[in-house]
Design a protein. Structure first.
Lengths: 57, 174
């Protein structure tokens, strides 16, 4: 017998409240985020980006 | 009849709006989260964690790494020193609310940049595990909207609960 497909609705992510404000500072050149950027570059260079897997989905 | 329709029309519209809103909100799981503020570019976000330890400013930002891959960075801002860190344990008893807020920020960003791939990695393995716990916790909410893959044992694979990953890539489903 074929498995019965669930008709139960999956809960969805509620849209968040995001307020655009010119009071938010820029942290682009903050040492913490520069370090994050360098770490991300190093990791992505090592691990690569799995385009095959991404395109398959 | 025309006057009656004019008088009753807006009331019916309002009632329908309330019924529809109630239906929509009951069909979506209500997750507590903080409101966030974003720059006009919507690459940078701020919000405040409020709890027993006081108010802690949290910063999140996206950075283009290559192609359409954006890294996601997040940390606590020490307003006295200007330092940002994701290593400190703030113990503000709102971990899930903070994680839900981060999910909303990513949801918002990828709503504007629909083809963006978001790369997430904590500063330490412990922080990466915390992000993983967040993905696990909100998996049901994230699944209809996002594809998530993890890096483990030198390869990327579909995110599976219970496995420890070194990093994550996520993107909005079309």
């Amino acid at each position: 017998m074929a498995a019965k497909k669930s008709t139960k609705k999956k809960p969805r992510l509620q849209k968040g409240k995001i307020i655009i404000s010119d009071k938010v500072d820029s942290y682009e050149n903050h040492p913490y985020f520069i370090k994050k950027h360098e770490d991300a570059q190093a990791f992505l260079k090592k691990a690569g980006i799995p385009w095959d897997l991404i395109n398959k989905k | 009849v025309v006057n009656l329709r004019r008088a009753v029309g807006p009331a019916i519209t309002a009632a329908m709006y309330i019924i529809c809103s109630a239906f929509l909100s009951s069909s979506m799981l209500q997750l507590p989260f903080y409101s966030s503020y974003a720059t006009k570019s919507q690459f940078e976000y701020e919000f405040e964690s409020i709890g027993p330890k006081g108010t802690i400013k949290k910063i999140a930002r996206f950075r283009l790494e290559e192609g359409n891959v954006y890294s996601f960075g997040f940390g606590d801002l020490d307003e006295a020193t200007g330092d940002v860190s994701d290593i400190v344990v703030s113990n503000n008893q709102d971990r899930d609310k903070v994680l839900a807020t981060l999910a909303h920020i990513i949801y918002h960003f990828t709503g504007n940049m629909s083809n963006a791939l978001i790369f997430i990695q904590g500063s330490t393995p412990a922080r990466t595990r915390l992000y993983q716990q967040g993905i696990n916790k909100f998996k049901l909410q994230l699944e209809p909207e996002f594809e998530i893959i993890g890096y483990q044992n030198y390869k990327w694979e579909t995110f599976t609960t219970g496995k420890n990953y070194e990093a994550f890539l996520g993107w909005r489903k079309v």
